[in-house]
Design a protein around this ligand. Structure first.
Ligand code: AMP
Length: 577
């Protein structure tokens, strides 16, 4: 399939030659590094350096509120607001390397918290605002949260009930509170009013921790993937070559900053490349989205397969109703983007939707279809210049790279790129297990064709992707087990065309408990209340036992195979009931 337009205008004109000439060493020069100690700081590179230059009065963020009114921040205003918040943190005694958590929707305070925290050399950790109390607790507890920025509504609904279990939580800043409520529950506007808009960024090393993103594992509770300030090199380069940012561009990333895409590409990459971002505070609505693309003259639109599938189902021909002449690049990430969706994009917008692949641990885009390159519908594309991707056999016996084209294998990336995570918080062993020699094991299975394009096959583990969000089965099972009628729970991802996979729970009830519809409703209500609607099981099936290995591990793979009517594979470790 043809590429998006006239190659000569793209930042990446010729993939092969850029790939062979690229070096990460040149990025500092491109970013205008000087001698000051703060040159590596993400907030300096994303905001302050522009605020004192030609981009000073350019809109950095344009928030579109639910009623369509706008709130805008120029680069200069963003510098001042983020400096105020950095001063708030230092006034509260938050030290370098301590984590600042946010739990909010796409409101300005969240974005200012992110940038102010980075400026103050604290670590920023966004949590998804739709999480129920349990997922929030797990993450704040593991991160030993001292400070959290949230809203009054989320505080009342979720955080309030957790306070006794979070003794280290010292400050809760509410974005919409007029006056401080106590020494602990503080007003954002009061703190910001009292803080100076001038802040000198302290010396920041490239390897200083900057961002913490929780992601789900198959076993155990969520893992906190830690990224350093140098990750911004990847954000900058992918913004340039994959998103194809040009001066004056209007960019819309529909992802929520509660997840890594909404931070890396909803905050950092567009700012470091000096463009204007649109942030819609409302949830998905097809007509609203198309009208925003038109009204805001969006040039680059980064979205996800779940949204694309919903748009496909609506049967609206956008070009007949809307003027989308400004739209130059459309991209998608988070789940496989089917060939059909790519072709639908071409028919509906006149340009294909460019799929790209990455994950929380890689911090930025790793494999992509580039605007200037031939698009293979259904493929994730080719590795970013500066990134070496390969396939490997990974077994108990060891690790062996596979020659391509041919067999499928584990997708692995050569270590050494700037945005690779540096640790799982407090989990050295889990971190070490992700590496084999020089290679990072992504946990995904893929294949590569004779021309070097990568094709996604699936996860190598039991992690569930639902509406683009990672859900760890163990986390869901642990919460379900707290229901008084449940003896055992096993959770899988069941393929569902509109949301990728839905969370399905197999439940063994305690003796004497009846597997009725009312019980199902009760368990569903319990799960939604504690886990939040994005994580709670959408389907529940009562069973008399769940398959386990002799050592007691739930065989989710077997449950899934049975659910889908697929071969059961090797069941030699199955415990006989
Ligand atoms: P997360 O860490 O939550 O961003 O999820 C990362 C995982 O999402 C990857 O390891 C893949 O399993 C999946 N994923 C992300 N992008 C794609 C894509 N373009 N195609 C297929 N799967 C994807």
């Amino acid at each position: 399939m043809s590429s998006t337009g006239n190659n000569a205008d793209y930042n990446l004109v010729d993939y092969d030659s850029k790939r062979s000439s690229f070096s990460w060493d040149t990025v500092e020069k491109e970013l205008g590094f000087g001698e000051a100690g703060y040159e590596h700081n993400i907030a300096h590179l994303a905001v302050d350096r522009h605020a004192t230059g030609v981009l000073r009065d350019v809109i950095a963020f344009r928030f579109i509120q639910k009623d369509r009114s706008r709130q805008e921040f120029t680069y200069l205003q963003l510098k001042e607001e983020s400096s105020r918040f950095a001063n708030v943190l230092s006034n509260l005694g938050i030290q370098k390397g301590e984590t600042v958590f946010s739990l909010a929707g796409r409101i300005p305070a969240l974005y200012i918290t992110a940038l102010g925290s980075l400026k103050a050399t604290a670590v920023f950790c966004p949590l998804f605002s739709v999480f129920g109390p349990e997922p929030v607790f797990q993450r704040l507890h593991k991160g030993e949260a001292k400070i959290l920025v949230t809203t009054s509504a989320i505080y009342e609904r979720t955080v309030n009930q957790l306070e006794d279990r979070l003794p280290s939580l010292q400050y809760i800043i509410l974005s919409d509170l007029e006056e401080h409520r106590s020494d602990k529950v503080l007003s954002w506007s009061r703190l910001m009013k009292e803080a100076s808009p001038d802040f000198e960024i302290p010396t920041t090393g490239p390897e200083d921790p900057a961002l913490l993103h929780f992601t789900s594992g198959t076993t155990g509770m969520p893992k906190g993937a830690l990224h350093v300030h140098k990750a911004v090199h990847t954000h900058y380069i992918t913004g340039k070559y994959v998103l194809d940012f040009h001066p004056g561009d209007i960019f819309w990333c529909t992802a929520d900053p509660g997840w890594v895409t909404g931070t890396s590409y909803g905050i950092i990459a567009p700012l470091v490349n000096g463009v204007t971002s649109i942030i819609d505070q409302e949830e998905f609505d097809a007509m609203r989205w198309y009208s925003i693309l038109q009204e805001q003259k969006v040039n680059i639109w980064y979205t996800a397969p779940t949204a694309v599938r919903r748009l496909m189902r609506m049967d609206i021909k956008p070009l007949e109703k809307f003027n989308l002449d400004s739209l130059r690049v459309i991209l998608s990430v988070g789940e496989p983007l089917s060939a059909e969706a790519v072709l639908w994009g071409e028919r509906s917008f006149g340009i294909p939707i460019l799929d790209n692949w990455w994950q929380t641990e890689t911090g930025g885009i790793m494999i992509a279809n580039y605007p200037s390159m031939e698009v293979r519908p259904g493929s994730m594309g080719k590795p970013l210049p500066g990134i070496e991707a390969a396939l490997a056999d990974v077994t108990e016996e060891g690790f062996k790279l596979i020659e391509y084209p041919g067999k499928q294998g584990h997708l692995v990336l050569k270590k050494g790129f700037p945005s690779l995570f540096r640790a799982y918080l407090h989990e050295e062993e889990r971190f070490k297990k992700c590496f084999a020699g020089d290679w990072y094991l992504t946990g995904d299975l893929a294949k590569q064709d004779a021309d070097g394009y990568f094709w996604f096959i699936g996860r190598a583990d039991d992690i569930i992707k639902t509406s683009g969000h990672m859900v760890g089965p163990f986390e869901v099972e642990s919460t379900l087990m707290r229901h008084p009628a449940i003896a055992e729970a096993a959770v899988i991802g069941k393929p569902e065309p509109s949301i990728g996979e839905l969370v399905k729970a197999f439940i063994v009830l305690k003796p004497g408990k009846e597997p009725t519809e009312d019980m199902k409703l009760d368990i569903t209500g319990f799960a939604r209340k504690n886990l939040g609607p994005a994580v709670a099981p959408k389907e529940i099936e009562f069973v008399s036992s769940v398959p386990k290995t002799r050592s007691g591990k739930i065989l989710r793979r077997l449950l899934k195979a049975r659910e889908l009517g697929l071969p059961e594979g090797d069941t030699s470790t199955l415990e006989q009931n």
